[in-house]
Design a protein around this ligand. Structure first.
Ligand SMILES: [Fe+2]
Ligand SMILES: [Fe+2]
Length: 278
């Protein structure tokens, strides 16, 4: 089985539209956007990656969160338009979950602007998708709105829901999808304002009910740690191939990972195999 795994496209729109005197976070987000995002997430790059993915022959395509930058309706609309060809090709085999940037404000979360733009990928805690054979995708959403922080929250409700779900699927090969890392490589520092709160509880569930693979993003660097794969960003520009816009290609067989490859965009928009992933 071949999985294409990508995430963290961070579609953005005109920062002036963000200005809202009643929402200081939006304003700070706008300043941040003006300073960084235009350069860091050039619009053409995410589209290049999506065009390459569309040409891939894959059994499953997974986007592990952060469609937008500030959960603006215009950003969700832009992302939904970009993803339409992928949905038309893979239908229910295209799995999407939101990231913290898609739950950026309480208003966007409460009114579910994510679910409005991606009705085929709505999620309320945990979502299970049956695949052919004995495989199943279990996606969970630990993203929520924080003022000025980028944490996620794996609270007791979500913990119980995920544990209950996985306990009922012990005879299946589970592909687990979340937004946040469970573990970090030694070379990557854990930022307390950026990590998943309740990470230890998630880790213990994953130990108890080990999935074939855990697919996540959030930290914009591609890596593989055991059965966990971070796809990195598909929209960020970087000189470092592990951070440069791209995706991961994962192959499974007999309930195990047989290979994980990274792909990133070359200077001319061509696919380049990323060295040093696994
Ligand atoms: Fe991100
Ligand atoms: Fe994130």
């Amino acid at each position: 089985m071949k999985i294409i795994h990508f995430g963290d496209i961070h579609v953005w729109r005109n920062p002036l539209a963000l200005y809202d005197p009643f929402y200081p976070k939006r304003y700070l987000g706008a300043v941040n956007l003006m300073l960084n995002r235009r350069k860091k997430f050039p619009k053409y790059l995410g589209q290049q990656v999506l065009d390459h993915i569309l040409e891939e022959d894959a059994d499953l395509v997974v986007f592990s969160g952060d469609l937008t930058t500030a959960s603006l309706k215009s950003e969700f609309k832009g992302a939904a338009e970009m993803f339409t060809p992928l949905y038309e090709k893979w239908k229910e085999r295209l799995i999407i979950i939101p990231g913290n940037h898609d739950r950026y404000t309480t208003k966007a979360t409460r009114q579910d602007w994510y679910g409005e733009a991606f009705p085929y990928a709505k999620i309320d805690g945990v979502r299970v998708t049956e695949l052919e054979g004995n495989r199943v995708v279990v996606a969970f959403d630990a993203s929520c709105a924080f003022m000025l922080r980028s944490n996620g929250m794996f609270n007791s409700d979500l913990e119980n829901l995920l544990e209950e779900t996985l306990a009922g699927l012990t005879d299946k090969e589970v592909i687990l999808v979340g937004h946040y890392p469970i573990d970090y490589p030694d070379t990557v520092a854990v930022d307390p304002q950026h990590e998943l709160l309740g990470r230890a509880a998630l880790k213990s569930i994953v130990r108890q009910y080990p999935p074939v693979v855990y697919l996540h993003g959030h930290k914009h660097i591609r890596w593989r740690l055991g059965n966990a794969v971070n796809c990195g960003s598909c929209g960020m520009f970087s000189e470092d191939p592990l951070k440069q816009a791209g995706y991961a290609v994962i192959k499974l067989d007999g309930g195990q990972i047989t290979s994980v490859d990274g792909v990133h965009m070359g200077a001319g928009g061509e696919k380049v195999l990323t060295e040093g992933l696994s």
